[in-house]
Structures are given as structure tokens and as C-alpha cells.
Ligand binder design. Sequence first.
Ligand SMILES: [Zn+2]
Length: 190
Amino acid sequence: MPELRIVSQELWDVVKSRQKILDQKIGGLGTKKRPQHLLSGLLVCGECSGGYSKVNTDRYGCSTSRNKGDSVCSNKKTIKASILEDAVLTALETHLMRDELVQVFCEEYNKNINRLRSLQQTTLKKHETELSKLSKEKTNLVQAIEDKTMKNMAQKQRRLVKKFANDNFLYEPSIKLVAGEGFEPTTFGL
Ligand SMILES: [Zn+2]
């Protein structure tokens, strides 16, 4: 019954296509959590700035007041969902669907998207720089470990060479000593 519609076909299609995109996006992330109602996550309590969401099957109210009590937010006002949703949709239709405002919306949207892209690029660049720095540090570290190992090995080798040299030096006179003091070739059957 087109004459009973409170929103135009055009707006209805926009809302439906947005819901579809949200469904796909959220479904793609593998989670079942998604806005349950048209205005979920879009309303804010005028008193505490907390979320204003469905507090029962047909009314919206301040979630903070409901969940955390009067001491945090005393806004106990609730509003019938159908009235609020109609009001918001009508406002969207009468104010935001005007050509010049759609134009402004698109410009602002593009600006915002470009800002986010540029931010993303900056973050990406920052991460790439960090990655390259870490990679260089890793290479240096590996090199330092290798150098240290080589140095240790060289030192060890030098110590061993020195030790052998000293040992030979000690053995030699002791052999001479044995040979010189009572080494009897006959005793040993030589
Ligand atoms: Zn509140």
C-alpha cells in the first residue's frame, strides 16, 4: 500500500542496502554480533553521552542509566521505538535527502574516507620503517654474535696453542729429568 508508507521507496532501498552491506561485512568477520535494530549504536543519551538503545521490546532508553543506575545517569526517559524510528527516518528524508545536502554528505564522506586512507598510509609507512629498522638490528645482532663467537673461538684457539706450547715446554724438561735421574733403559727392558 504505497500511500501508507512513511518513507519513500528510495530511502527504504538505501536503508535496506546499508543493512545488507553491514550484514556482509559483519558476517565476513565471522561474528554473529550485529545491530539488532535500525538505530542501534547511533543514539546517544543527552545527559550522560552513553548509548541510548532498546531497553525493552518497543522502547529506547539510556543504557547507562539502566545498567549502572541513577548515580551515573538519572535519565529515565524512554521513547517508543516506532515513534523514534519514524521521526529519524522522516528527518533523514526531509533534511538529508535533499540534493544539496546529499552533495555535502558525499563531499564530507569522501573527505573522511581520504583522511582515513591517508592515516592508513602513514601508519603503514611507519610500520614499514619500524620493520626495516628491526630487520637491520637483527642483522647487526646476528653479525655481532657471529663476530663474538669467532673472537671467542680465536681466543680459545690461541689459549690452546699457548697451553700446548707451555705443556711441551714442561714435558720436555721433565722427560729430560726422568732420563737424567735414574732412567735406566735396562730397567724398562730397553
Ligand atoms: Zn544517560
